[in-house]
Ligand binder design. Structure first.
Ligand code: NAP
Ligand code: MG
Length: 502
C-alpha cells in the first residue's frame, strides 16, 4: 500500500554540463554518458564526460584561481558569508536536490533528506569553523619570536564515491574552499548529478571562477590524470581500499598531500547489560541504512551469549519488517542497490557464506519489489554460524548483509572487534558507562559509537585506522589537512647576531 508519496518538484533536465573555470561546458570531444535510476533501471539524464583535455583545463583554471585569484585573499568573514550563501541556496532548493539524489542513487526519501540536510549543515559548520581557524604563537627564548600561519595547500583533486554523492562532495568542497583552496571534484560515474548542481550553486553564491570545478568522467582516466598531475597539490579520495592504495602510490611521485577515506568492516558489540531494544534498533540502522552501502556499516555484529537468542529473535523480526518499495513513499525503509554489478557482488558474498557453511536467517537473495522489477534490489540479510576466517566476515560487502556471532566476555569481544584489516567505525551497546569507556578505548577504529546509531555529524571527526585510510573529515582538524603550517621566526634583539662568528 503506497502512502504519503512525496510530491515531485524537480524540473527535469536532460543534460548536465561540466563546470570548468566558472562555466557550464560540454566535454572537449563531445563525449557523454547516461546515469540510471537504480530503483527503476530508467535513464535519468545525459552527462558531459570529461576528457583528459578537460581535466587539464580544470587544473589550469584551478591553478590560475589559486595562484593569482582573489578567493584566498578575501577576509575570512567574506569566505564564510559565501559558504553560508551556498547553504542557503541549497536549503531553498531542498526538495529538488533530494529528488535528484534519489533518482541518481535509488535511495529512499528519508535517507536522501537526511544526507542533503547534512550536506547543507556541512557548509554552515565550516562557515563557522573557518573563522576560528588560526596559527599559533610559540614560546621562544630571549629575543626570538615565532608565530605560525595556516596557508591553503593549493589545488586539490577531490574524488568522490557513489554511496553518498552529495554529502561526500560537501565534506570535501566545504573545508577546502573555506581555507582558500581551489578544487577539482571528480564525482563517481554512477552518480554525478548532485555534485554538478552543487558546483552550479557555488558559482551562484559568489565563489569566483576556477575555485570550484566539477568534472564527471572516468576515474581510471580523468581521476588518475588528476592524481598524477604535477600542478595538483593534494588529493582527497573517498572510495575503495584498492583504488586508494593505487592513488597513494601514484601521488608519491609528486609528493602530493593525500587523505584517504576507504573501506570498512565495522564491529558492533552488544553486551549482556545493554538496552536490548535500543541495541536492536541501532544495529538495524547500523547495517541497513543506505541499503548497507556505507563504509561505516556495522556489518559484523557480536552479541553476548547470554542475550544472543533474545537479541536475535527481535533483530530478525524487525529485519523482516523492513519495507522495500517506492523510494518516494515515506513508508519505505530501504532503497535500491546502486547497480547490477554491486547486486552481483552482494549475492556472490552471500553464496560464498552458504558454501562455507553459514546459515541465512533471513533474506539472502535479490529482492522482488512490485512496480520496480527493472531496478536493483537486495533483501536485508542476516547470516549466522560464521567464523572469523570466512570471506563474509573479513571483506567489505557494501550491501544489506550482516554477520552475527556470539561472544563470552569483554576480552573476547575486543579481540573479535579488532580482528580486521579495517578500522573505520565501531559500536558498543552497554548500560555500564565504565565498561563502554573501557571497550571504546581498546577498539582500533576512528569512530566508536556508544549506545548511539550515528557515526557522523558536522563537527565529529570521520576517518579510519589501519586500511580504512587516514585523515579526518567533517571536523575542525580537516581544515589543517587543507593547509600548510608556515613558521615565521623573528629576532628582536638589540645586538645583531653573528652566529658563524666570522
Ligand atoms: P571506487 O571504485 O574506489 O571509486 C571511488 C571514486 O574513485 C569514483 O569517483 C571513481 O570513479 C574513482 N576512481 C576509480 N578508479 C580510479 C583511479 N584509478 N584513479 C582515480 N580515481 C579512480 O569506489 P566505489 O565503488 O565508488 O565506492 C565504494 C567504496 O568506497 C567502498 O569500498 C566503500 O567502503 C568506500 N567508501 C568509503 C568511505 C569512507 O569515508 N571511508 C565513504 C564512502 C565509500 P568512477 O566512478 O568513474 O569509477
Ligand atoms: Mg545513477
Amino acid at each position: 500500500m503506497t502512502q504519503q508519496v512525496q510530491e515531485k518538484v524537480l524540473v527535469k533536465r536532460d543534460f548536465y554540463h561540466l563546470i570548468i573555470n566558472g562555466e557550464k561546458v560540454e566535454s572537449s570531444n563531445g563525449e557523454t554518458f547516461q546515469t540510471i535510476n537504480p530503483a527503476t533501471g530508467e535513464v535519468v539524464a545525459t552527462v558531459a564526460k570529461a576528457s583528459q583535455e578537460d581535466a587539464e583545463r580544470a587544473v589550469q583554471a584551478a591553478r590560475q584561481a589559486f595562484d593569482f585569484g582573489k578567493w584566498k585573499q578575501y577576509p575570512v568573514n567574506r569566505r564564510a558569508q559565501v559558504l553560508h550563501k551556498i547553504a542557503a541556496i541549497m536549503r531553498s532548493r531542498f526538495n529538488e536536490i533530494v529528488e535528484l539524489e534519489m533518482l541518481d542513487t535509488g535511495k529512499s526519501i528519508g535517507t536522501a533528506q537526511g544526507q542533503v540536510n547534512q550536506a547543507i549543515e556541512d557548509f554552515e559548520f565550516y562557515a563557522g569553523a573557518i573563522v576560528g581557524h588560526r596559527g599559533a604563537v610559540n614560546n621562544m627564548p630571549g629575543q626570538f619570536h615565532n608565530y605560525t600561519e595556516k596557508e591553503p595547500v593549493g589545488v586539490c583533486a577531490q574524488i568522490v564515491p557513489w554511496n553518498y554523492p552529495l554529502m561526500m562532495a560537501a565534506w570535501k568542497i566545504a573545508p577546502a574552499i573555506a581555507v582558500g583552496c581551489s578544487v577539482i571534484v571528480k564525482p563517481a560515474s554512477l552518480t554525478p548529478l548532485t555534485a554538478i548542481v552543487l558546483g552550479e550553486i557555488c558559482l551562484e553564491a559568489g565563489v569566483p571562477a576556477g575555485v570550484v570545478n566539477i568534472i564527471p568522467g572516468s576515474g581510471k582516466d580523468v581521476g588518475n590524470y588528476l592524481v598524477e598531475h604535477q600542478q595538483v597539490d593534494k588529493v582527497a579520495f573517498t572510495g575503495s581500499t584498492p583504488v586508494g592504495k593505487g592513488i597513494m602510490e601514484k601521488a608519491s611521485q609528486t609528493l602530493k598531500r593525500v587523505t584517504l577515506e576507504l573501506g570498512g568492516k565495522s564491529p558492533n558489540l552488544v553486551f549482556e547489560d545493554a538496552d536490548i531494544d535500543a541495541a536492536v534498533d541501532g544495529s538495524l540502522y547500523g547495517i541497513f541504512y543506505n541499503s548497507g552501502q556505507s563504509c561505516e556499516a556495522r556489518s559484523r555484529l557480536y552479541v553476548h551469549k547470554d542475550i544472543y537468542d533474545e537479541f536475535l529473535e527481535k533483530f530478525v523480526a524487525k529485519t523482516k519488517a523492513i519495507k522495500l518499495g517506492d523510494p518516494f513513499d515515506k513508508g519505505t525503509h530501504m532503497g535500491a542497490i546502486i547497480d547490477q554489478d554491486q547486486l552481483n557482488t552482494i549475492d556472490g558474498y552471500v553464496k560464498s557464506a552458504v558454501e562455507e557453511g553459514a546459515t541465512i536467517l533471513t533474506g539472502g537473495k535479490v529482492a522482488a519489489v512490485e512496480g520496480f522489477e527493472n531496478g536493483f534490489w537486495y533483501e536485508p540479510t542476516i547470516i549466522t554460524d560464521v567464523t572469523q576466517s570466512m570471506k563474509v566476515v573479513r571483506e567489505e560487502i557494501f550491501g544489506p548483509v550482516v554477520v552475527v556471532m556470539p561472544f563470552s566476555d569483554e576480552k573476547e569481544a575486543i579481540r573479535l572487534a579488532n580482528d580486521s584489516e579495517f578500522g573505520l567505525g565501531s559500536a558498543v551497546w552497554s548500560k555500564d558507562g565504565a565498561r563502554a569507556t573501557r571497550v571504546a578505548n581498546q577498539i582500533q577504529a576512528g569512530i566508536v559509537m556508544v549506545n548511539c546509531p550515528f557515526s557522523a555529524m558536522p563537527g565529529t571527526p570521520f576517518g579510519g585506522y589501519k586500511q580504512s585510510g587516514f585523515g579526518r573529515e567533517l571536523c575542525i582538524e580537516t581544515l589543517d589537512l587543507y593547509t600548510e603550517t608556515k613558521s615565521i621566526i623573528s629576532y628582536y634583539g638589540s645586538r645583531p647576531l653573528n652566529p658563524l662568528g666570522v
